[in-house]
Design a binder for this molecule. Sequence first.
Ligand code: SF4
Length: 323
Amino acid sequence: MVTLIDTRAPRDGAQRPRHPEKAHRPDKPMLPKPPWIRVRAPSSEGFLATRAIVRQNGLATVCEEAGCPNIGECWQKRHATMMIMGEICTRACAFCNVTTGRPLPLDAGEPQRVADAVAALGLEHVVITSVDRDDLEDGGAMHFGSVIGEVRRRAPETSIEVLIPDFLRKDGALARVVEARPDVLNHNLETVPGLYVRIRPGARYFHSLRLLQQAKEMDPSLFTKSGLMVGFGETRDEILQVMDDLRSADVDFLTIGQYLAPSAKHAEVKRYVPPEEFEDLRRVALAKGFLVVAASPMTRSSYHAGDDFRRLKAARAGGLAKA
Ligand code: SF4
């Protein structure tokens, strides 16, 4: 069987495979999706309006690049997650649908266009993420800072959440982002440490964990957030250990969602975790001390991020009031 994995052509019109490192791999078995995994066709007026604003501003979104199943629902509410620094990533994670390759130079006009789009979308809360830019000396940290600064200027009422790369071997990069004062700093661990070699080969579990801890040490007022996908073959005990690790790093907010394979060339879904197991994980995580936990089959790190930010603030304020 031939599997087409280039589901979305690059917007620059170049003819190249999205995942050259995966193209030669044998197809993996694809489990049939259970009824609780639902994907609605995106067609609402809100969806079209959001897409028009994204296109007019020449922006990329992780919603499209990652083939997110929630795009119909999120874009109907104008919640688009901006993906900065291009559409080409220097990493090749086994779960990810973003194109791997050599990125283009940074676009100095991008911070302004992101800010314009945030203002045009009228967002109360925006999530800004990026591809990995191992090719840049600072991993793109200054560019993140510029985007945060422009959004603050253009849309001062909008709260800003950044979902950052791990800045591996980029000394000083995290500090640059924290100094730009986002409201929420998210970095996803994605999976349990024992699966890093297979799922996140370019990353290091303890580096990612330490990044989250350092962010909170640099600015204790910052909300920190991380996310896991389940269904790769991890055990419950391994997930609970990651929760403990994240609490030790003083992370406030945890998201847990079902991994969905973008193609038969990506990591295989070993199991669809039923909704009641997500609810169990949510309860356990709250008991371990996270301020907010979102756990469901369709949870993604930016899913309902604005509502969750309000809950985060209320939960911290409630804790302080009790103290
Ligand atoms: S969950 Fe996040 S990535 Fe997916 S469509 Fe919604 S905002 Fe975009």
